[in-house]
Design a protein around this ligand. Sequence first.
Ligand code: ADP
Ligand code: MG
Length: 289
Amino acid sequence: MPRPARPGQQRAMERAQRMLSRRRAETGRRASGAQRGNADGEGQAAPPVSRRPRFDGPVIDVRDVRKIYRIGDIAVHALRGVTLQIDRGEFVAIMGASGSGKSTLMNILGCLDTPTRGTYRINGMDVRGVDEDDLADLRNRYIGFVFQSFNLIPRTRAIANVELPLSYAGLHRSARQARAMAALDSVGLTDRAHHLPSELSGGQQQRVAVARALVTNPAMILADEPTGNLDTRSTSEVLSIFDRLSSQGRTIILITHEEEVAHHARRIIRIRDGHIISDERPEVRTALA
Ligand code: ADP
Ligand code: MG
């Protein structure tokens, strides 16, 4: 039973839908090559992780971040001074009870929302003052998102859902499809590429969402309770994909309130009432799920 999407997710979803309709409107109109294309006319895909300019500091650097939501006269202090650094290639779980501020933190880390106070640098870049278009570009190139409620576009085939993030890249249709197929293959769903979300199980839908997160080859995956709506078997399928991505060197930030899920990570950060209360690296990895 998927929960309603939160504001950050909602915006991401709306953006995806706008992209889809823009792309549908453009169908048939051959890209002129001027549209962010490169010299050989192939268009510009998100570069692979290894070709990105290397920044040696932490990929995530959060300093004394506070987030206050205002609803009328009421101020909700969702984050009350969070300081956190995450290095490239880490697999981190963020844990905490419902309402502790996990999604607020994820929305900030994913540049879907901005802190009320404090600073956030992603890959060394202070997000303050970066305009919405550049933030969208940064998100699209650098971060793959996975949400609890899958957020697939209904009445749109798996492969078209996975292709969506490539709309920015100015790739030819056949190249987009090839990359989407490769992403679906990497989550074991080659044979479901032409199914609609309504024709897939929850676990399969979430694997489509993981393929969509991966298709741009992002350096970082942010997953907000990705297994929250899944049964045990689908949970372990999705987690084994994350384990594999982590071993390939991707940075993974996984929000969960389940201990077994968190123990796939090598570092566990716990938050309560908008504060970090512990940050540990368990010695032994126990894969229970
Ligand atoms: P979690 O993901 O850990 O369940 P959230 O980050 O979603 O927690 O929420 C932290 C606190 O901020 C909660 O008290 C929640 O009700 C509040 N909150 C979250 N989003 C909003 C919003 N858009 N407007 C107002 N309050 C919000
Ligand atoms: Mg949440």
